[in-house]
Design a protein around this ligand. Structure first.
Ligand code: RIB
Length: 299
């Protein structure tokens, strides 16, 4: 028996967001909108997105003992996430500086703060929490050795979902544990380097050769591609008018992870996740933009 559908191990950031007509070039200053502060961070975003959909969700993360940390905890609690694994102190809460342009596209710079203090020892101390999950998911805004320790603590019955964002070359043990590895085009190119090939199908073939059990490539307005040893399938996009794409990938990953926890096939889970991500981009912010299961059903 699993207590949680999804345990997320990852980052929690305060998102400091300014709307801009266009992003500044090097050496340039532009004026933007009033500053908005939202709860964010790829790990915290995933946890909120899954919980709002109805998944039994827990978060293992580290925040500072400060106002930003309290903003993040409050958002997790409102969504119904179990926060017994959220550690407090050691450094200020992580911060993301985000600009969003009129097309909804964003640029993000993250100062990791307390995320960098989430250690392998913290993961070992939470081994029971990991064991209680159908699916465990991580991203790369926490130290790589912490993510590797998550993999070392997986047990049969856990499924491991990895979104390597922000991307970097990864050790083989990590890639081999992922089922699926979820990447966008940029992340695929960082992992594959010059051998990437020209098409999403090429990237998926090359990524599968690195060892993951399955691969999902998100393609924005072109949907997604899912691939495993049985074959490949395109998942169509859901067309919407984008207001803010911040956190849409996190919503996609969370929704996919939850549906995999319910034992859905990968392509079915990805089609559901595409609907969740599409609704998420129609509102400002990350966590505040995530739909509930009822909103998905009504869409
Ligand atoms: O994926 C979006 C997230 O990336 C933001 O919420 C920001 O905190 C950064 O982690």
């Amino acid at each position: 028996m699993h207590d949680f559908d999804l345990v997320v191990v990852g980052s929690a950031n305060a998102d400091l967001v300014i709307g801009v007509e266009r992003r500044p070039a090097a050496g340039e200053t532009v004026l933007g909108s009033d500053l908005a502060v939202h709860p964010g961070g790829k790990g915290a975003n995933q946890a909120v997105a899954a919980a709002r959909l109805g998944a039994r969700t827990a978060l293992l993360a580290r925040i500072g003992d400060d106002d930003h940390g309290r903003l993040l905890l409050d958002s997790q609690h409102k969504a119904g996430v179990d926060t017994a694994g959220v550690l407090v102190g050691g450094a200020p809460t992580g911060v993301a500086l985000i600009t969003v342009d009129p097309s909804g596209d964003n640029s993000i710079v993250v100062s990791p703060g307390a995320n960098a203090e989430l250690t392998p020892a913290d993961v070992r101390a939470a081994a029971g929490l990991l064991r209680s999950a159908r699916v465990v998911s991580t991203q790369l805004e926490i130290p790589l050795e912490t993510v590797q320790e998550v993999v070392r603590n997986l047990v049969p019955g856990n499924r491991f979902v990895l979104n390597p964002s922000p991307p970097r070359p990864l050790p083989q043990d990590l890639l081999a544990a992922a089922d699926p590895l979820i990447v966008n085009e940029h992340e695929a190119h960082v992992l594959l380097g010059d051998s990437a090939g020209a098409t999403p199908e090429d990237w998926a073939t090359a990524l599968l050769a690195l060892g993951p059990g399955s691969v999902v490539i998100t393609l924005g307005a072109h949907g997604a591609l899912v691939a495993d040893a049985a074959g490949m399938e395109r998942v169509p996009a859901v067309q919407v008018r984008a207001v803010d794409t911040t956190g849409a990938g996190d919503a996609f990953t969370a929704a996919l992870a939850w549906r995999l926890a319910l034992s859905e096939p990968l392509s079915t889970a990805a089609a559901y996740a595409a609907r969740v991500a599409a609704l998420a981009v129609t509102k400002a912010g990350a966590q505040e933009s995530y739909p509930t299961a009822r909103e998905i059903a009504a869409d």
